[in-house]
Design a protein around this ligand. Sequence first.
Ligand SMILES: C[S@@+](CC[C@H](N)C(=O)[O-])C[C@H]1O[C@@H](n2cnc3c(N)ncnc32)[C@H](O)[C@@H]1O
Length: 465
Amino acid sequence: MKNSSHKTDVRYAGIRVLREVDEKEVFAQELISERCAQSDLSKRDKNLLTELVNGVIRHRLPLDTLISFFSNIPLNKIEPWVLYALRVGLYQIAYLDRIPLSAAINTSVALVKKLVRRTDAVRFTNAVLRAAERSIQNKSACEPEITDLQKALYRRKNIWCTFHHPIFPDPAKHLTSFLAINYSHPEWLIKRWISRYGKEKTVEMCKANNLAPRVFLRVNQGKISTREFLALLDKDGISARTINTAVVVENIAVFEIPGFAEGLFFVQDISAMKVAEFLKIEKSNTVLDMCAAPGGKTTHIAEFLGNTGWIYALDISAKRLQLTKENCLRMGIHNVSIVCGDASDEKAPFRMKFDRILIDAPCSNTGVLSRRVEARWRLKESDINKLAALQYSILKTGASLLKSNGYLVYSTCSIEPEENQGIIKKFMGSEPQFSLDAEEHYLPDMDKGDGGYMARLCKRQVYSY
Ligand SMILES: C[S@@+](CC[C@H](N)C(=O)[O-])C[C@H]1O[C@@H](n2cnc3c(N)ncnc32)[C@H](O)[C@@H]1O
């Protein structure tokens, strides 16, 4: 859909991405980047597209709760395009400040007019959005002003939106469903985290998961020094600072940062940057990266190797390995072989053994929910044990491919113990040749980065007499 000046309409692009993310099970961020690259959207509209798609996915549960409250049709009976248009409209009404309420309503109604072309659907969309708008009492209420939590929706940075009606569960009677709806996470995950981390920490993590994550850049030292890169950003008026070796950029989308195509940096969370370092790479090592795509850690390992040694980048996904290849080319890395295969298969396609092995395992992603916005809705509690079984078999294969005195790092971006300490404990119980050299786990934090886990195992030499 083009608007009157024949430019792509940003909300139309957004609603299509939202439906595709749900129906094709693709990653929202990858689809947003693809659409931004292909479209004639302005920089401002690209930012709005990112905000709308990520915001609607992150806040889906409170948005659907509002729709259910103001609609006379059950949620599962609402025509899909109408439902997406309602979510987009309500997100702007309840969570954004820049867009006038009338514009939020009119643009969603216009989407339904174009996509559904039925007057009852148009009338229904208009009625639900106007009822929600009329029910808002104060869009920027501070915590001390909240007298009835059933009428209050948490927005961000301790700002709430209050309503005239009691829409949300009573926290005194249904604490977990109140927290699940207000902070937009599945209830089973809230229960799990409360039992492990307590209510305060759980709420803090949920709040962090609902904010756009910080953009951390790993400067490609093979091409440019951090000082030179900061000067380049400064020249473009981009404010940046360093945290340890990472560069943090504020208020800017990745596509606006200079030097991407030239491979001057890799976008990588500060927690993910710790993993390659943890592997204790030495020059000339032969390294196996067993779950390598799209190559964030492969390219970091290459930096530690300099132009020495060799990396085998294995992954089960040919499509994601294509990204690994492109990233290696972009970053100017040539000592990598790309291998497509199943790392859980004990007959892994290698006859040789490796000095270092990295297993950055497929996981539930519960440490990176601010980045992987759709993950919280796709994940089921029963998936955690299934993932643990896969992770364990990948670890067993990796262990069989490590040289004596070599190091193996097992890492995830999950904060669930079954996928982390549980795997290592079980493994150590059955593999006396290995010792646990070091272990770290971290919870998601706005300033310190994503949540996750890493363990370094050492394979001892066994002498037979
Ligand atoms: C956490 S991501 C890896 C991220 C990567 N290390 C990086 O830093 O860019 C996990 C990867 O595991 C891959 N994967 C899932 N199951 C696998 C299997 N059985 N064998 C090999 N790779 C697998 C996925 O395709 C995905 O690319």
